[in-house]
Design a protein around this ligand. Structure first.
Ligand code: NAD
Length: 413
């Protein structure tokens, strides 16, 4: 399998070629600015001590503080975190929020641990990386395996250690401790804005299409919700345990209620089983990968029937998969554009937290829609003008903005 870092570096190389940058600049853009590796010992509820590995990578901070999620998964390793941090750098630049890119991870399967154990892991990890995070240095958010409770623990640990409350160190927090209205649903909502914009380019409306969504967590479930609201027939969804399909359209509100009880989508009674392999070959118009990296390789891409792939997940398509999709004329709205709604509303949350002044949900929804459509418009225009794929166009815009900031600041000393 192509690793996420191999994919991220191949994408950067493609952008560097389009932009005509020198080998030295290319190397600088390919290399993380700063990395921290930490040991995270945990006393389990049983009294046993186990050790987890933790990482925080700041890929680039030329345009502002590092920004990026914290992932808890058994498969987390330093190269995955490096790839995710690099994608954050380009993403923040594409939607023009004043951040660099960062990412964190702990090698732990959260499903095997109690809430009390996860709290201890989170607090220990946070205190280990304290020297490099903060509202002006590096701001965390939820990712796979973490949630708003995790962000509250990070914020509390950081604040307690410094002696006062600092909500701006994380985004995606619960509302009572400085979270923003609309943040929890923002990534999924942004994915649907991106899908709507891509379909509109071909004169198609969301209400006319059938969609499948892989992954039913923070991104996939809200994407399904907003698709359903827009009149799209959502015919299949999966999570790590399997999936459910109904060719007449799944009852998305009932499915959300089912999942809210802690159940997997695979045990939903309003559909028949579908696997994570099968979902990619279904007869749908719109496919939304919203789980993990590397799921659309050359093989999977060959079987895809959808006309549009809108990437909710980070790095779901390998470079080989991308080539097959391009050859087959399938439109890919790339992750650094399609799933940027999360970081856009994280930016709104950070602005609100720093000013201690809160916006209404209508203001947030409107500003999110405006940012997503503006970013899509700029990427699509570049793609048309320079005959590029949407991915290459988005990367070219993101990488150019980062390189420009770097060049204007100059090289110290
Ligand atoms: P999550 O933990 O809330 O949900 C992940 C979902 O994917 C779950 O339904 C899980 O069961 C499923 N899953 C996990 N491994 C899988 C596998 N091997 N095959 C199929 N399904 C699998 O995580 P999330 O926050 O929804 O993140 C999903 C993706 O979106 C990740 O790539 C993440 O980096 C990206 N993303 C998240 C955000 C955000 O705001 N949360 C923003 C941008 C991008």
């Amino acid at each position: 399998m192509t690793s996420p870092l191999t994919t991220a570096l191949a994408q950067l190389a493609s952008a560097v070629e389009i932009l005509g940058y020198s080998p030295g600049l290319h190397e600088m853009l390919a290399t993380p600015r700063r990395e921290m590796h930490v040991a995270v010992p945990l006393r389990r509820d049983s009294g046993e001590i186990v050790l987890h590995r933790g990482y925080r990578v700041q890929h680039n901070i030329s345009r502002g503080p590092g920004k990026g999620g914290l992932r808890y998964a058994a498969s987390v390793d330093i190269d995955e975190v490096r790839a995710l941090a690099m994608w954050m750098t380009w993403k923040c630049a594409v939607v023009d929020v004043p951040y660099g890119g960062a990412k964190g991870g702990v090698t732990i399967d959260p499903r095997q641990y109690s809430q009390a154990e996860l709290e201890r892991v989170t607090r220990r990890y946070t205190s280990e990386i304290m020297p490099i995070i903060g509202p002006e240095r590096d701001i965390m958010a939820p990712d796979i395996g973490t949630d708003e409770q995790t962000m509250a623990w990070v914020m509390d640990t950081y604040s307690v250690n410094l002696g006062y409350t600092i909500p701006g160190v994380t985004t995606g927090k619960p509302l009572p401790v400085g979270g923003s209205l609309g943040r929890a649903t923002a990534t999924g909502r942004g994915v649907v804005h991106a899908a709507a914009a891509a379909l509109a380019d071909d004169g198609v409306d969301l209400a006319e299409v059938r969609a499948a969504v892989q992954g039913f967590g923070k991104v996939g479930s809200h994407a399904a919700h907003w698709l359903h609201e827009a009149g799209t027939r959502v015919v299949a969804v999966t999570d790590v345990d399997g999936g459910t399909r109904n060719d007449d359209g799944l009852d998305v509100p009932a499915l959300l209620a089912h999942v809210a009880t802690g159940a997997s989508v695979s045990s939903f009674e309003g559909g028949t089983p579908v696997s994570n392999d099968e979902i990619f070959a279904l007869d749908v118009d719109l496919l939304i990968p919203a789980a993990v990296e590397g799921v659309i390789d050359a093989d999977t891409a060959t079987g895809i029937k959808a006309r549009w792939v809108v990437e909710g997940a980070n790095g779901p398509t390998t470079p080989e998969g991308d080539r097959v999709l391009a050859d087959r004329g399938i439109v890919v709205v790339p992750d650094i554009l399609a799933n940027a709604g999360g970081v856009v509303v994280s930016y709104f949350e950070w602005v609100q937290a720093n000013q201690a002044y809160w916006w209404t949900s209508e203001e947030i929804a409107e500003r999110l829609a405006q940012r997503m459509h503006a970013a899509y418009g700029a990427v699509a225009e570049t793609a048309r003008d320079q005959s590029l794929s949407l991915r290459d166009a988005a990367l070219a815009i993101g990488v150019r903005r980062v390189a420009e900031a770097h060049q204007i600041r100059g090289l110290y000393p």
